[in-house]
Design a protein around this ligand. Structure first.
Ligand SMILES: C[S@@+](CC[C@H](N)C(=O)[O-])C[C@H]1O[C@@H](n2cnc3c(N)ncnc32)[C@H](O)[C@@H]1O
Length: 291
């Protein structure tokens, strides 16, 4: 196989589209609907060009034949989007400050799960928000940040971002939590070591059992990933989150997502925020109102 700079001219047959779709679904619940043929062809075409593979059926065989599953992971990466941003969906951060952080203030330790954390902006934003809220009286912050993509987790671990990605962060906050690069890197900012230490990264496929995650969380963020799953996969995932959450714990989902189509035991709090019935340990009754 020789890499080529030419666009892939092969067309994606209905059979290959179905095979690729099934593979993505079986592996990670990715629900590629009919009508997405062009998108799939173009995204996979880019990989095929790099590999020097000329037909989609050869590419399919290459992916299923790769015992390391790296080819499959690369395929999934190209079919999903990793789009994210610091302090994305500000309403969630307002709710953290008004409801969640005060309710957890007495704890020695704050356990939070950012499931589908992409390149790290989400978990680092939560860590920064907690540090800003608690100041010197901060509980130990322990954020589990997970994603299916090992490539994006590596980017997240590096914690280095172009200055344009920090736009939503006030200058004073940037100075408290980021280090600016020097010379040729002066446009790059790295999250300070103490904030990086608040976050640990782990590969988790949300369509499988959570495996070795034993923590029961008062807060889980699962934002902008369930759009890729069908209702059955979403329902199973939401059920697993319920099990992995303290009574009174909060679940944040993306504002373009909802749990309306599925059966679940969470209480609706306000758009994109749900709660496991009950109160958090030590939380005064009456605190559980929407912000
Ligand atoms: C659009 S990003 C959302 C990032 C962040 N939560 C936010 O809202 O800004 C979606 C992420 O979900 C990840 N993803 C897709 N399928 C997944 C799965 N089955 N398990 C875990 N992560 C998955 C992708 O790799 C991607 O990084």
């Amino acid at each position: 196989m020789t890499p080529s700079t030419q666009p892939v001219r092969a067309s994606l047959s209905a059979r290959d589209f179905d095979r690729i779709r099934k593979l993505a679904f079986d592996y990670c619940g990715l629900d590629i609907s009919t009508g997405k043929e062009e998108l799939v062809a173009s995204r996979l075409g880019k990989i095929m060009r790099k590999l020097g593979i000329c037909s989609y059926s050869d590419y399919f065989e290459y992916v299923v034949g790769d015992q390391s599953t790296q080819a499959l992971v690369t395929m999934i990466d190209s079919l999903t989007t990793n789009h994210t941003a610091f302090f994305r969906e500000q309403q969630h951060f307002d709710f953290l400050n008004q409801q969640v952080f005060p309710a957890l203030a007495h704890r020695p330790q704050l356990d939070i799960w950012s499931a589908a954390s992409s390149s790290g902006e989400e978990p680092y934003s939560v860590a920064i928000a907690a540090r800003e809220f608690y100041g010197s009286a901060s509980p130990a912050i322990r954020i589990l940040a997970s994603d299916i993509s090992t490539r994006i987790l590596e980017t997240a671990r590096q914690a280095t971002y172009d200055s344009v990605r920090l736009k939503a962060i006030p200058r004073a906050v940037q100075q408290r939590y980021f280090l600016r690069g020097r010379g040729a890197s002066s446009d790059l900012y790295r999250v300070k070591p103490e904030v990086r230490a608040d976050v640990r990264f782990q590969r988790v496929n949300l369509t499988e059992a959570f495996g070795d995650i034993t923590t029961v969380f008062p807060l889980i963020l699962c934002r902008n990933v369930m759009i890729y799953f069908n209702a059955t996969t979403q329902e199973a995932l939401i059920h697993r989150f319920f099990q992995q959450m303290e009574p009174g714990g909060y679940l944040f989902i993306g504002h373009s997502e909802s749990l309306n189509r599925i059966e679940h035991d969470f209480e609706y709090v306000c758009p994109a925020i749900y709660r496991k019935p009950g109160l958090l340990k030590g939380e005064a009754a009456g605190r559980s109102q929407a912000a």
